[in-house]
Design a protein around this ligand. Structure first.
Ligand SMILES: Nc1nc2c(ncn2[C@@H]2O[C@H](COP(=O)(O)OP(=O)(O)OP(=O)(O)O)[C@@H](O)[C@H]2O)c(=O)[nH]1
Length: 193
């Protein structure tokens, strides 16, 4: 194992109330937050060992987006990897994934960024608490099209939560490898919202 800690900055994006904060808190603190507090922005850190290397995640949990919200440069520039979250019980939140992904690509001026698409709240249809509005097949098809990884999770039942971050590291290391500074989009680039 090499001693150096590799820093990776991760941004979590998606519609309101899809469970972005719950996912991050379950991963970092190991518990589920039941009440809903809309996030403005929260940054948390976690150290992990992956493939024999030490990493420090800086995870930026953002306020929920809608089709009209602009992507802040803080949530695009210098970010190594993106977690795009929808709820499997919300079709509009799934439709938002493509819009957010397009905004990220516009910032970076590339055709691909390291990304994991997450279908959250998988417990809702399983426990018959809410009907499923997005099938796993639809999630996988979109991810294939956007060259992203895909997974379904439940923050409340702690299903697949840490796998999200393992998958993202895999995507980040595949794309940037030893050159993570390439995640920095040019500052003077014209940005199309
Ligand atoms: N059943 C279930 N509920 C969840 C899950 N994750 C989050 N929730 C609930 O969904 C609501 C919204 O969760 P948040 O984590 O605050 O959602 P968010 O995407 O961060 O919301 P914004 O800050 O508005 O963007 C809360 O009441 C959570 O308890 C899950 O995996 N299963």
């Amino acid at each position: 194992m090499s001693g150096a800690v590799k820093k990776r900055r991760i941004c979590v994006l998606g519609s309101r109330s899809v469970g972005k904060s719950a996912l991050v808190v379950q991963y970092v603190e190991g518990h589920f937050i039941e009440p809903y507090f809309p996030t403005i922005e929260s940054i948390v850190f976690k150290n992990v060992t992956w493939n024999g290397e030490n990493y420090e995640f800086e995870i930026i949990d953002t306020a929920g987006q809608d089709e009209y919200s602009m992507l802040s440069s803080r949530h695009a520039i210098g970010i190594h990897g993106f977690i795009l979250v929808y709820s499997v019980a919300s079709r509009p939140s799934f439709d938002m994934i493509r819009a957010v992904h397009d905004k990220i690509l516009n910032y970076h001026g590339v055709s691909q960024v390291p990304c994991v698409i997450v279908g959250q709240k998988s417990d809702l249809p399983e426990k018959k608490l809410a009907p499923r509005q997005v099938t796993p097949q639809e999630g996988q098809t979109l991810a294939k099209e956007l060259h992203a990884a895909w997974i379904e999770t439940s923050a409340s039942s702690n299903i697949n939560v840490s796998k999200v971050f393992d998958l993202l590291l895999q995507e980040v290391e595949q794309q940037y490898g030893a050159k993570p500074e390439k995640a920095t989009a040019p500052e003077n680039k014209c940005v199309v919202m």
